[in-house]
Design a protein around this ligand. Structure first.
Ligand SMILES: NC(=O)c1ccc[n+]([C@@H]2O[C@H](COP(=O)([O-])OP(=O)(O)OC[C@H]3O[C@@H](n4cnc5c(N)ncnc54)[C@H](O)[C@@H]3O)[C@@H](O)[C@H]2O)c1
Length: 492
């Protein structure tokens, strides 16, 4: 029996090539009414009912390993020079998309501000673009734009008329947003106003384009009630009881409990994107992304000039990536506080797969979907133990673990019950890579002498000195964990 492809039954209502002429079902008096559309790619069809043509029947949608995909789909990546943006550009280019993108090199400058560098060397954009063409045969249309410059952004969007926009162009660092007022305000302006400009630009020139907006699982934080982290909204059967009265909570956005001024920007974005879909019939998936680990995809590994960045400093390094780098230079892995802090995670490669699948099944007009994008969850102790075990047993490094003061305000112990069903159930996502395998890949790459020496050079930037309280002092070690404690932790 032929396997059912997850987006086979989607219709022109989901397709960005369908021209609704600015009308929506609501304009016509409710969801029962039908709006006729034209196809921008196949004008010879004239006006037709958008619910009649499915992706599997349409000649513009072709079969790929990630479902049906719009032929030569125009995808614009905002933040294309970043860790994820560059990786996605090559991934989608290889899949046959026409990739364009913007960046203003904020991330390169922020890392420089700390005196740090990406430990995996990356090329300048001109060299990246040249190598993408030479090695992978991919042409990427890049424009240097600050997305806060709304008129330049809108002009480029209008010129390209992307059929999907993936919005990564924000400052991704919680510690950076907690340094002082100037940094908090920079992050909030950059992220919130930048996204507002994206929304207005889309409303003005490409309302039928789908927006894949990157949020974070950190928007939910760790709710005081210990309730599950639903995918954005309360489920239909959720009920609020109060003073002998009851309300159905189904369909309401769940409260958020963000962990830093950075995470607050993502919550503000959530409201702005949600309401823009309501006010203007924009279409968006808001992706609550888990913490990414790893540095491998087939495309970035194809040539040293195509590599994506990997940071390990206290501002921009993320936990698994930092731990592997620390293990390689004999820097004891740093567990903040108790180490019971639990978060969602996903590998770089699987994150690319997820975004690709979201692009392949665009939301319908006015649809705002929230997707929890993660493949597993771990506490910090478990991560340190896993890296230490693989590093010492398989790569012969002497890996030690230390507990240090926690500069953040966060619960050391808490319940953590994320719901992450939509990607596998509705978008066909299958995890391709385990945490352990990705850690092995990282050990192999980061222990190469030229990378190891770049880690060594910045070892003084590993210990945090940015406290949520505003204090600036290096955190102190609480204790080294000896082997027996490590074994106990591993069994927990
Ligand atoms: N990496 C993770 O673990 C992770 C986890 C959850 C969510 N996210 C989110 O995913 C997105 C991408 O993350 P990343 O790790 O690739 O970060 P990144 O910093 O490497 O990429 C963001 C890119 O956007 C660019 N940018 C920032 N502000 C801009 C502006 N005003 N105009 C133009 N370009 C601008 C930066 O220069 C950078 O190249 C971010 O929104 C981040 O918050 C990342």
């Amino acid at each position: 029996m032929k396997e059912k492809i997850f987006n086979a039954k989607c219709t022109c209502r989901n397709c960005p090539a369908a021209d609704f002429g600015g009308k929506s079902e609501k304009d016509q008096g409710g969801s029962e009414a039908r709006v006729m559309v034209e196809c921008r790619r196949r004008p010879e069809l004239g006006f037709f009912d958008p619910t009649n043509v499915t992706f599997e029947k349409c000649s513009e949608w072709i079969s790929t390993p990630y479902g049906y995909f719009l032929k030569d789909m125009r995808v614009m990546i905002l933040g294309i020079d970043g860790y994820l943006g560059w990786t996605l550009a090559l991934w989608l280019g290889k899949l046959g998309c026409k990739v364009s993108g913007v960046d203003n090199y904020n991330r390169r400058n922020w890392v420089k501000e700390r005196g740090a560098h990406t430990v995996v060397p990356i090329s300048r954009m001109t060299e990246r673009l040249h190598a993408a063409k030479e090695v992978l045969g991919i042409h990427i249309n890049f424009r240097e734009i600050d997305i806060l410059n709304k008129s330049s952004l809108k002009e480029f969007i209008d010129e390209i008329k992307p059929e999907a926009i993936v919005h990564y162009a924000e400052c991704p660092s919680a510690p950076y947003s907690m340094i002082d007022f100037e940094h908090a305000s920079l992050v909030q302006t950059n992220n919130v106003i930048g996204t507002l400009g994206v929304l207005f630009s889309m409303h003005e020139v490409v309302p039928e384009t789908s927006l894949i907006k990157l949020g974070t699982m950190g928007e939910y934080g760790t709710p005081l009630s210990g309730r599950p982290l639903f995918e954005g909204f309360f489920p239909e059967d959720a009920v609020l009881h109060w003073k002998n009265r009851k309300w159905s909570m189904g369909g309401e956005l769940t409260p958020r409990y963000p962990a830093s001024f950075y995470h607050i920007t993502k919550v503000q974005d959530t409201i702005n994107v949600h309401q823009s879909c309501r006010y203007w019939q924009l279409r968006s998936y808001d992706v609550m992304q888990g913490v990414i680990y790893g540095v491998h995809t087939e495309q970035v590994a194809a040539d040293p000039r195509l590599r994506t960045r990997l940071d390990i400093d206290e501002w921009f390094g993320t936990v698994v990536n930092r731990y592997v780098a620390q293990a390689i230079i004999g820097f004891p892995l740093t567990i903040f506080g108790g180490g019971g802090q639990t978060r969602g995670f996903i590998s770089l490669e699987d994150a690319m797969q997820c975004i690709t699948r979201l692009i392949a099944k665009p939301p319908a007009p006015g649809e705002y979907g929230v997707i929890n994008q993660m493949s597993g969850y771990y506490n910090v102790k478990q991560l340190a133990e896993t890296v230490a075990k693989i590093g010492s047993e398989e790569f012969d490094f002497d890996v030690k673990i230390q507990r240090v003061e926690n500069p953040r305000i966060e619960a050391n112990r808490h319940t953590f019950e994320p719901i992450f069903d939509k990607l596998p159930d509705e978008f066909g996502f299958i995890q391709s890579n385990t945490l352990e395998n990705e850690i092995r890949r990282m050990f192999k790459l980061l222990s190469q002498p030229h990378i190891k020496s770049r880690i060594e050079e910045k070892r003084h930037l590993i210990m945090p000195r940015t406290w949520w309280s505003g204090v600036k002092k290096e955190v102190k070690r609480i204790e080294m964990l000896n082997n027996s404690i490590r074994e106990t932790v591993a069994k927990q």
